[in-house]
Design a protein around this ligand. Structure first.
Ligand code: HEC
Length: 111
């Protein structure tokens, strides 16, 4: 009896986790719209326009999302990015990450 109810609640937890993952948007178009505030430093297509800001174009979504969550949590420290990241919801972060990951870049080695 106890085992059964434990199993049932574990199954419930797994379903809840799956539902939460599904609810996260990952919508590149929404991310693009949200990236208006990022453009000043990271450029309109993620190629930075300020020398101290890294390029974001074509970065894997998993990396961009992890960095934004780290700034938001304060585990990665940067005054400006910390302030900006604290205004972002989980959906914003996933959408922004999807947007930057969707940008295509080409790299060329120096001749
Ligand atoms: C005022 C300038 C500025 C704005 C606006 C800005 N950033 Fe940044 N961003 C920076 C700088 C500078 C860094 C490097 C910080 C560091 O050294 O950790 C950075 C770092 C990052 C990183 C880490 C990149 C890496 O290679 O590790 C991500 C991701 C990022 N920004 C996303 C965003 C997003 C998304 C927005 C908009 C919601 C945004 N930034 C707005 C200046 C800015």
């Amino acid at each position: 009896m106890r085992t059964n109810s434990l199993r049932a609640s574990l199954a419930g937890a797994v379903l809840l986790a799956l539902a939460c993952t599904g609810a996260h948007a990952r919508d590149a178009a929404a991310g693009r719209a949200k990236s208006q505030v990022c453009m000043v430093c990271h450029g309109p297509v993620g190629v930075s326009t300020t020398p101290d800001a890294p390029h974001l174009a074509a970065q894997p979504a998993i990396y961009v999302a992890a960095q934004l969550r780290a700034y938001r949590a304060g585990t990665r420290k940067h005054e400006v990015m910390g302030v900006i990241a604290r205004t972002l919801t989980d959906d914003d972060i996933d959408n922004l990450a999807a947007w930057y990951a969707s940008i295509q870049i080409e790299a060329e080695a120096p001749r």
